[in-house]
Write a protein that binds this ligand. Structure first.
Ligand code: CA
Length: 220
């Protein structure tokens, strides 16, 4: 899952980036409103953490511009403690959730997981596809109740597919959501991860749609 983190406080930005990376997310950062708007408008993100007090272009304006241009990714805003009206303005402008500074990172991570799940239509913290269960809180995967050891990349690929079951996912889309840097994005490596996942998962779960991509198939 790929997150855009927009925060001009360098210390907080660095800390959050580390925590999010630790939690398994691919993180891109922006420290002003102009960069944030550009990234959010041109690249695919599974969620955005958006501070409202930003230089060059304030967070509220950035959010309004995204929504006006039909960018529907979930956005969690960060608001200052004494500015209750920011929450109201932010939610009215299209934010999906908010956190008031200072906050506990664990709470931010929980809200982020919930946003990403809801955006893909899942209400439970556990995603299930036949015998395969992914606990989105821990990133642990099990098959028929037995835990499965996956590498970071394998988990990212499987997690993306499990958030979008029975949906055709192109290799480009997968690549964009599991790599941070453009130069890492060699879509051939996706095939390698898929091949490894197939060896570890029940047969027939990941279908190749020739020339188009992959589909996680929910067993009948
Ligand atoms: Ca700020």
């Amino acid at each position: 899952m790929r997150i855009l983190l927009v925060e001009d406080d360098t210390t907080l930005c660095t800390q959050l980036r580390e925590e999010l990376t630790e939690a398994g997310y691919i993180v891109e950062t922006a420290q002003n409103g102009i960069d944030a708007h550009h990234l959010g408008a041109t690249e695919p993100f599974d969620a955005v953490i958006l501070d409202l007090g930003l230089p060059q272009l304030d967070g509220l304006t950035v959010l309004k511009k995204w929504r006006a241009a039909d960018h529907t990714m979930p956005v969690l805003i960060l608001t200052a403690r004494d500015a209750w009206h920011e929450k109201v303005d932010g939610m009215d402008a299209g934010a999906d959730d908010y956190m008031v500074k200072p906050f506990h990172v664990q709470e931010l991570l929980a809200r982020l997981r919930a946003l990403i799940r809801r955006a893909s239509g899942h209400a439970s913290v556990e995603l299930q596809c036949g015998p395969v269960v992914l606990d989105t809180r821990t990133g642990k995967v099990s098959v028929n109740g037995r835990s499965l050891a996956l590498t970071g990349h394998e988990l990212r690929v499987l997690s993306y597919l499990m958030h979008h079951p029975d949906t055709l996912v192109s290799r480009t889309e997968l690549t964009e959501h599991i790599y941070a840097q453009e130069f890492d994005r060699d879509s051939n490596t996706i095939e390698v991860f898929i091949a490894r996942l197939r060896k570890k998962l029940p047969q027939g779960l990941i279908k190749t749609v020739r020339g188009l991509g992959y589909q996680l198939v929910t067993p009948e």
